[in-house]
Design a protein around this ligand. Sequence first.
Ligand SMILES: [Zn+2]
Length: 446
Amino acid sequence: MVTLYTLGGVNEVGRNMFAFEFEDEIIICDMGLELSNLIAHNDAVDKMALDEIVEKGIVADPTMLKGKEEKVKAIIVTHAHLDHVGGVQYMASLFPNASIYGTPYTIEVLKVLMKSQMTIREGLKNKFIKVNVNSSFETPAGMKIEFVNVTHSTPQSAVVAMHAPEGIILYAMDFKFDNRPALGQRTNYERLKELDKMGIKLMIADSVRSNNKRKTLSEIVVKEMLRDVFIETDIVDTQGVIITTFASHITRLKSIMELTQELGRKIVFLGRSMSKYCRAAKNAGIIDFKAKGVEIAESPAEVNKWLEIINKNKKDYIVVCTGHQGEDNAVLSKIAEGRTPYELKADDKVIFSSEVIPTQINIEASQVLQGKLEAFNCKIYRDLHVSGHASREDHRDMLNMVHPKYLVPAHGPVVLKEGIVEVAEEMGYELGKTVFLLEDQQKREF
Ligand SMILES: [Zn+2]
């Protein structure tokens, strides 16, 4: 028997954290942040004690594991997104016997994140262990754990297969099936099929985009969408181009870099997040943007210096920055509020290579940002993006490959899970018997 604790992220978008209790050990998968709550308290979080961070809803509440802390032998982080790794720096020290396992890029991102928080989080003693995708390790109690390579919107993402005596537990957060990935390899379909033959007891599945009645498109499609907008229509040679995207989306940054170089402009990545994730990508041996000619400005002073230079010669540059979710202190928000030397003009292009994270705070903040940009009459291009998450038909493919006995959809409220539940029911699963819509902070035995 395995006991699942849904600490966070099972019916919300953010602060993913699940624990699996076996006879001899507990394994935690993911330890993430709830991004809107983090942004709401961003300036104060570094001075908060863990209790307060939990109380503000920034990380999941770990109280369910009280008294069992020493039994936790592994903290596994599946990929580098903050809603999966961002809580490690605050919470991992609660579990002194647990090493932290992740792919090289994920661990590098964690280290970069923690370096910037070093003043208060120095106490973290847990060991960091890098595990490549498509390889495995053994926990202290001897359980084999595999990282199966999956495509997602950040490099080196893994589906975790725990080979428990009760059967395989598959933790599939997050994934898509990109058959032409612009960086890295395709999802390891062959291994998933082999795991199916061994018998999968339970799957936790990222279902946040399961209502999209389609297959999620390949990242290669976005590159062509971007080419269409910022190369083919580049007819006014005085215009500025600002692209906003996810800093952790290294594949997207690489595509933008390649297109900019085709255009003959210079590319500048602006802001702290961009700089951090690029450093992690370099440290993990994925790509060295600086060596490829990208300028990267980290501090606000450096960012402003570059924006002053760019403002004088807009036609020579492409600016890449964060801020697409309307975050207060991101570079794009500052530009839209006239808080930088960059003056937005009517023939500037602002390209959103992103989608709005489906939480109320993000939806509202991004509408406010769009309004500010529209006031400059500049050209705005939205939705040059494909999701990193499985759509309805990808879920059908996944279920057809791995046939878990029990399915727990996760990563969003019930309304976002309707797609995966419908597909599962079409395939013979029954709600309440083999598919479970769980709440956060629940304990259930399988
Ligand atoms: Zn993710």
